[in-house]
Design a protein around this ligand. Structure first.
Ligand code: NAG
Ligand code: NAG
Ligand code: NAG
Length: 807
């Protein structure tokens, strides 16, 4: 629909006149002519171009147009006499209007007269008083007959009924008035004939001719010499329209030279049209013409009135009165909206035509000159088009988001004085176009999540707004697919398309992922849709979910890591060092070391943060040779987590002094049952015990020196190191200041440290050390299995012995 309306105003339009001549009084529906053909228009487009007949003002529409055929037809009775009275040529003017583009043609329809009226005398009978003394040749005036038809169809001739006394004389005079007179041919004799009646017939020239008659009653009287004489042959006066009733228009006066009754003049109207009879009155005695109705310039511009002045004895004269009605600015302009396209899409170009407006003013001249304007500060203007037509066009860009409707006031003012004006209000709405993308409220979003969160919990929400209308402004959110640590982002987060709330899909682990970034897309539902995106950074914060991990001494199980403490060690000597790490960060990884159990509580201390074990006093002879320490490592998290380890210290200068190493190692791991069984075994058969000790001693002597075990540097297998241990940017407070370096000690009296690089590098010092340690461990395992083998043999023998004893 808009497609049609939004042609940009055409430069101009064809403008042609078309004229038809057509008889009056034709039946409704009679075809006058084919206007479409005559103007060369496409008949099929008439209705889409809204072809119509525009009559000026609010007058009757006499014609219609048949939109299917383009024929102009009669819509109402057309009466030439009613329309044009005595005018010789009678025209009806119309405008033939087409839109898209606006086109205007003037149609002139000449109404041809037909002889549809008969001549009419103003009175049914004429009374003439004629003195018997009247001479032969005396003339007596009779009012002419009127025929509203014109030309040949108007009155052409008069005939008088044959009689003894009178003949008819017809003369044409000025202003088209005919003088019809009875001429006395033979003197009247009152004594012979008191009254004479004559019939006068008027005939028009139509085919067939029509006629009208009047009876003339002649009364024969005594003498009367002079007819009245008007002061002016023709009276002209102008009368403003809308003059009030009782206004004196004009006074005619005639004088009669006779005396007495014979000189007394009375006035009366001659022939008068029906409309004029409603408007004017004539005072019989004074000759004063007064208004009794209202005069409207728009109805009649001029009235022609014939006034007859008559003396008492029938002598009369006529005069003609022309009353010209003058225009008063009494009609305000009328604004007609011919077409209007609302709503207007907001992307309409400046200069787009959105409506056609027509103004009409029935007044004439300046009173009918109209100027049309529109209020300021709106992006619309009126462009004068053909005649009284204006195009309403846009002058700027429209933006529905700023202003979605306009109330336009069109004012039309004429140039009369005082001017009259009228206004018309138009309501125009602007239709939406999807011209705004959604806009996020923030440039980027940051979300902080505690690790170990519940999957499905919401972590933050984004919000974008779009000022467009309905679906053009409805925002839908989605995640732009990307990878986070090699996995699709959808396995980490999900977003509610309507609300923009972002949920975690899984539980996050700070130790694996500290932060990541995703893009969220906001798209509207227009077609085509518009979108924008924003980045959301997710920071995972640490929770204290990892216990400290003790790297040295190796925790539970392999507890053969025994430190030798020289007997001569003095207070403050470094004996060993506990090494632990924590996979958390910050406070959660800040470790402290405490001795929670010791064989001799006063002998050793541990550095709270260094983990270094030192002697607290000099070692004396009375101290037990075997010292056990249980060390607890705690982190600083809330709540804190801890780990414990056991250290075995041997106060000795020589490994050879060490009694049974195995006792120490099995101190706690041997079960009580086994212990009792061994006691039972010893008590029942010392033979067997001796035998076993001999076997053990023999086997033990074949081993390499166990001293080797403690000789080399203690290596930390890389498997102990937590994965991804390196600190990652964005972590907690204690970051690089608290660096876990591994200090490895040989346990010799020299307190000679071997420095191994920090964990980050995770490497060992030398291959040699690793191999040596590895073989030592193997040996220990071998020893262990052989010991249990011997033990089982012993048990089996003991069992057999019991069976024999029972037997
Ligand atoms: C236009 O007029 C209507 C009703 O008179 C009113 O509701 C609307 O707000 C007006 N619009 C503007 C832009 O003034
Ligand atoms: C949305 O915008 C399109 C053009 O982009 C327009 O055709 C449509 O009518 C608009 N929808 C609404 C509900 O205004
Ligand atoms: C995100 O928005 C920027 C501009 O803000 C644009 O250049 C980029 O192409 C968008 N990315 C995607 C994936 O749409």
């Amino acid at each position: 629909m808009f497609g049609l309306l939004f042609f940009v105003l055409m430069a101009h339009t064809a403008y042609g006149d078309v004229s038809y001549s057509f008889p009056e009084e034709m039946k409704r529906g009679s075809v006058i002519g084919n206007i479409a053909k005559d103007l060369g228009l496409d008949v099929n487009r008439l209705s889409s171009r809204k072809a119509r007949i525009d009559t000026e003002g609010n007058r009757k529409r006499y014609c219609d147009i048949n939109l299917n055929t383009g024929e102009l037809t009669v819509a109402e009775r057309i009466d030439r006499e009613g329309l044009c009275r005595e005018k010789l040529t009678c025209y009806l003017h119309f405008e033939f209007v087409l839109e898209y583009p606006l086109e205007l043609h003037r149609v002139n329809l000449q109404i041809v007269d037909i002889n549809d009226n008969s001549p009419v005398f103003s009175k049914d009978f004429v009374k003439l008083d004629i003195s018997e003394s009247a001479d032969k040749g005396a003339r007596f005036r009779v009012n002419e007959a009127r025929d509203p038809d014109i030309g040949q169809n108007s009155v052409q001739s008069y005939t008088l009924q044959r009689n003894d006394n009178f003949v008819l004389a017809v003369n044409s005079e000025t202003e088209g008035v005919k003088n019809i007179e009875l001429v006395l041919e033979k003197e009247l004799d009152r004594e012979r004939e008191k009254e004479v009646t004559l019939i006068l017939t008027a005939v028009d020239g139509g085919t067939p001719p029509r006629s009208g008659t009047v009876a003339i009653h002649v009364t024969v009287l005594d003498a009367n010499d002079n007819a009245p004489v008007f002061s002016q042959a023709v009276y002209k006066v102008s009368l403003p329209e809308n003059s009030p009733v009782d206004t004196v228009v004009l006074t005619v006066s005639a004088t009669d030279a006779d005396e007495g009754q014979n000189g007394y003049v009375t006035y009366e109207f001659g022939h008068l049209t029906e409309t004029a009879k409603q408007i004017f009155s004539l005072d019989e005695k004074t000759g004063e013409i007064k208004l009794v109705g209202s005069v409207d310039f728009e109805d009649d511009v001029r009235y022609e009135i014939i006034v007859e002045g008559k003396d008492d004895y029938g002598l009369s004269t006529i005069t003609k009165v022309f009353i010209d009605v003058t225009d008063i600015n009494d009609n305000a302009p009328v604004i007609v909206i011919q077409s209007l396209s609302s709503p207007i899409p907001e992307n309409a170009f400046p200069g787009t035509e959105v409506g056609i407006i027509n103004v009409q003013d029935r007044d004439s001249e300046n009173n009918g000159q109209v100027r049309c304007s529109i209020q300021q500060n709106v992006p619309f203007k009126l462009v004068p088009s053909i005649k009284n037509y204006y195009s309403l066009v846009t002058t700027g860009e429209l933006d529905r988001e700023l202003l979605s409707d306009y109330n336009l006031t069109i004012t039309a003012t004429d140039e009369g004085s005082p001017p009259l004006s009228s206004t018309k209000n138009l309501h125009l709405t602007v239709a939406d176009v999807n011209d705004n993308p959604p806009v996020f409220q923030e440039h980027n979003y940051r979300a902080h999540v505690q690790e170990n969160n519940k999957p499905g919990s919401s972590i933050c929400s984004v919000s974008a707004t779009d000022p467009d209308w309905r679906q053009n402004g409805t925002v839908v959110y989605s995640l732009l697919s990307s990878d986070v640590n090699g996995a699709p982002v959808s396995s980490f987060l999900s977003i509610n398309g309507d609300t923009g709330v972002i949920h975690a899909v899984r539980s996050f682990d700070y130790e694996q992922l500290k932060s990541f970034k995703v893009l969220v897309l906001a798209r509207d539902n227009g077609s085509p849709p518009l979108s924008s995106n924003v980045s959301v950074s997710v920071f995972i914060s640490d929770e204290n979910d990892n216990s400290p991990q003790i790297l040295y001494p190796s925790p539970e199980g392999n507890s053969f890591m025994t430190e030798m403490v020289p007997k001569a060690a003095q207070a403050g000597s470094l004996v060993s060092k506990v090494i632990a790490v924590d996979a958390d960060s910050g406070q959660n990884a800040w470790l402290s070391y405490h001795i929670i159990k010791a064989t001799d509580p006063g002998l050793f201390t541990i550095g709270v943060h260094s983990g270094e074990i030192r002697t607290q006093r000099d070692i004396s002879e009375s101290d037990s040779m075997k010292q056990n320490l249980i060390v607890s490592v705690r982190d600083n998290g809330q709540p804190s987590l801890s780990a414990t380890c056991a250290l075995y210290l041997l106060i000795s200068d020589n490994l050879a002094e060490v009694p049974e190493l195995k006792d120490m190692s099995h101190d706690e791991s041997s079960s009580k049952l086994t212990f009792y069984l061994i006691i039972a075994l010893v008590s029942v058969s010392t033979f067997f015990l001796t035998f076993i000790i001999i076997i053990l001693a023999v086997r033990f002597c074949r081993r390499r020196k166990p001293r080797l075990l403690f000789d080399g540097a203690v290596a930390i297998p890389s498997a102990y190191l937590p994965p991804n241990y390196a600190e990652v940017e964005g972590a907690g407070t204690l970051r690089s200041t608290y660096n876990y370096d591994a200090y490895l000690t040989t346990g010799s009296r020299t307190s000679d440290f071997k420095f191994v690089r920090s964990y980050n590098e995770g490497t060992l010092t030398a291959d040699l050390t690793l191999k040596k340690t590895q073989s030592a461990v193997d040996d220990l395992e071998g020893l262990d299995s052989e010991m249990s083998d011997s033990f089982q043999v012993g048990l089996r023998l003991l069992f057999m012995f019991f069976i024999c004893a029972l037997c």
